[in-house]
Design a protein around this ligand. Structure first.
Ligand code: APR
Length: 183
């Protein structure tokens, strides 16, 4: 519900149900599934998604996608066409490069989507669950990166920021509002 800024929309609910070109998964470096949104995406996409993830080259033992980076697979049983798997930083208090790494997740995911010719993408609130990133800080980074991307790529149609719960949606809306007042 409710677009607060052209191109960026905040929606509440289950990201696996969305008919967009790309949905983003908050994965871990192994890329073989997990809990939270990762578990929901794998469950909804089916076993082929796990097989596609296994096929992604390991950079070193147990690492297919380093923190702050992103990898693309088809979306199989999901309504979306592709899944971008990105690995957000674990929150350690903010002094271990977490803001830069989180911003990099959004940037790399958006660039991968653009490279596929996608026009729409949906992000979960990367790092704000198991990885404990404070939602208000993470939301500020999310809206800033999405806004910057849309400014550079005006033909990209829609970025959905998906909140699983109403409280997370309120926090995202605040961040989007604050972004508007800075311009
Ligand atoms: N749709 C949208 N958002 C969801 C869904 C869903 N179906 N399920 C959970 N979320 C939300 C959570 O409420 C949280 O706000 O996604 C956000 C990110 O939470 P996590 O899924 O825990 O992701 P993250 O904090 O990045 O931790 C990643 O969790 O399951 C593991 O394999 C994953 O190890 C990785 C870690």
């Amino acid at each position: 519900m409710g677009a607060a800024r052209a191109g960026i929309e905040i929606v509440t609910g289950d990201i696996t149900r969305l008919s967009v070109d790309v949905i983003v998964n908050a994965a871990n470096e192994r890329m073989l599934g997990g809990g939270g949104v990762d578990g929901a995406i794998h469950a909804a996409a089916g076993k082929e998604l796990l097989a596609a993830c296994r096929d992604v080259a390991e950079l070193r033992a147990g690492v297919r996608c380093p923190t702050g980076e992103a990898r693309l697979t088809p979306a199989f049983g999901l309504p979306a066409k592709w899944v971008v798997h990105t690995v957000g930083p674990i929150w350690h208090g903010g002094g271990r490069g977490e803001p830069k790494l989180l911003a990099s997740c959004y940037r790399q995911s958006l660039q991968l989507a653009l490279g596929q010719g996608a026009k729409s993408i949906a992000f979960p609130a990367i790092s704000t669950g198991v990885y404990s990133y404070p939602p208000s800080l993470a939301s500020t980074i999310a809206v800033r990166e999405c806004d910057g991307f849309l400014a550079d790529n005006p033909s990209f149609e829609k970025i959905l920021l998906v909140a699983f719960r109403q409280q997370a949606a309120d926090i995202l809306r605040q961040a989007l509002g604050a972004l508007g007042t800075k311009q």
